[in-house]
Design a protein around this ligand. Sequence first.
Ligand SMILES: N[C@@H](CCC(=O)N[C@@H](CS)C(=O)NCC(=O)O)C(=O)O
Length: 224
Amino acid sequence: MWLFIAENGIDCELKVVDLMKGEHYQPEYVAINPNRMVPVLEDGDFRLTESSAILKYLAEKTGSPAYPKELRSRAKVNEMMDWINTQVCRELAYGLVYPQIFPNHKRRSDEAHAGTIAWGKEKAQGWLKVLDENLLGPKKKFLCGDQITIADYFGGPFVALGEIVRCNYSAYPNVKTLAGSDESAEELEQGARGLPRIRRVAQGQGFRGRLRARYQRWRCRYHG
Ligand SMILES: N[C@@H](CCC(=O)N[C@@H](CS)C(=O)NCC(=O)O)C(=O)O
């Protein structure tokens, strides 16, 4: 979401909620999002949670081609985002990565904790294989074809989460590209994806435009 905001020059006041310090459990933030999660977008007095819904809102509001208006093209973008939001989010993020980085995801015994991670790893590998072989494939530049869509803005950073716990994506060459972990410096200039692209945007661009977005966060500590 942050990447989309930055690349589209949307004026956005970025407020980092430090999950490692448990800031999302502070009353001030809970009043904004009782789910105790990030992100939240505020556009005037309009407040929106759920990163997929936020991306669609921003893309629609700015008339971005990254969320095509044509019925079937849009349906494919929605399909991809739902797939990422359920399968990949559940197993890669919540099964494998988050239990290893967030203290509040610690299970009640070491055995239960190890079991959660083992299950998440096994399932995530299955989804990564589908992503690599069926959804991306070697000839497809982006998740929904040759043009970048909000599904890529959504999915790239999700997949790149695996970097934090040193996932080895060598068995999934197309996933590596989506996650941006195999971009050369030149490719990066031309439009890398995943974490390298986020870093590039973070280093090189400010936030300009008209909207005010607060409590938005794609930047956990691990992004530096
Ligand atoms: N369905 C929500 C999930 C948001 C979510 O999982 N956020 C994570 C960080 S990426 C979070 O805030 N975790 C805090 C926690 O688990 O304590 C969305 O897509 O916005």
